[in-house]
Design a protein around this ligand. Structure first.
Ligand SMILES: Nc1nc2c(ncn2[C@@H]2O[C@H](COP(=O)(O)OP(=O)(O)OP(=O)(O)O)[C@@H](O)[C@H]2O)c(=O)[nH]1
Ligand SMILES: [Zn+2]
Length: 199
């Protein structure tokens, strides 16, 4: 961003840049970018891509720190079935699914909505599922400094469905555990609660 530019000017510049590149792609695949149905497509696609990658401009630590409250509750807090949409860094095709997250507070709880918010901050980047899992885990662990944190992600990858190996029903599960969740009993309690309808 040039020093003389406002954020709005900068965003317009980037959108125009990305738009011109989409025009080129549409032309290269043999389409007519000037036909009615496509004339606004490069701009729409640019806006969509910038939305789907807006996580680069967001700060997950600040989001968490903005809503940490002193509280002595020290049982497991679980938020399950957080839907997520990301883009795989290999093909820039979507992968999507659910995140299940738990932590055991250590003097501080965090505003519940902030957990799905940080999932989105890291998901709205070019990712692999493993790094996405790790980014969320480490951010919660380093910022909230809880007694333990657990992250499980289940996702389907469009690059394995629409193309390539073309498997429609495979689901990839990744997980990470820190602190108390490294103990088998605590981890099992969490895994049991996320697979039940009661948690
Ligand atoms: N580990 C991991 N792999 C991923 C993820 N998303 C996509 N991939 C894989 O990235 C790999 C890239 O492999 P390459 O052989 O370089 O790419 P490719 O020729 O398009 O591979 P195919 O998908 O098998 O056709 C593929 O095996 C994808 O399935 C992810 O989140 N984690
Ligand atoms: Zn891929």
């Amino acid at each position: 961003m040039a020093p003389y530019q406002s954020l709005e000017e900068y965003n317009i510049d980037i959108t125009n840049d990305v738009k011109e590149r989409y025009e080129r792609i549409i032309d290269e695949i043999g389409e007519d970018v000037s036909r009615e149905g496509l004339v606004k497509t490069p701009e729409r696609a640019a806006k969509a891509m910038l939305f789907l990658t807006q996580g680069y401009k967001q700060n997950a630590v600040e989001i968490l720190k903005g809503a940490m409250f002193k509280e002595s509750y020290d049982e497991m807090v679980i938020i399950k079935d957080i839907e997520l949409y990301s883009l795989c860094e290999h093909h820039m095709l979507p992968f999507f699914g659910k995140a299940h997250i738990a932590y055991i507070p250590n003097g501080y709880i965090v505003g519940l909505s902030k957990i799905p918010r940080i999932v989105d901050v890291f998901a709205r980047r070019l990712q692999v599922q493993e790094r996405l899992t790790h980014d969320i885990l480490e951010c919660l662990n380093n910022t909230l400094k809880p007694q333990g944190v657990a992250v499980v992600i289940e996702a389907s990858h469009m690059c394995m469905m629409m193309r390539g190996v073309q498997k429609q029903n495979s689901v990839t599960t990744t997980s990470g555990f820190r602190g108390q969740f490294e103990k088998i009993e605590t981890r099992n309690e969490f895994l049991k609660l996320i697979s039940s309808n009661l948690s």
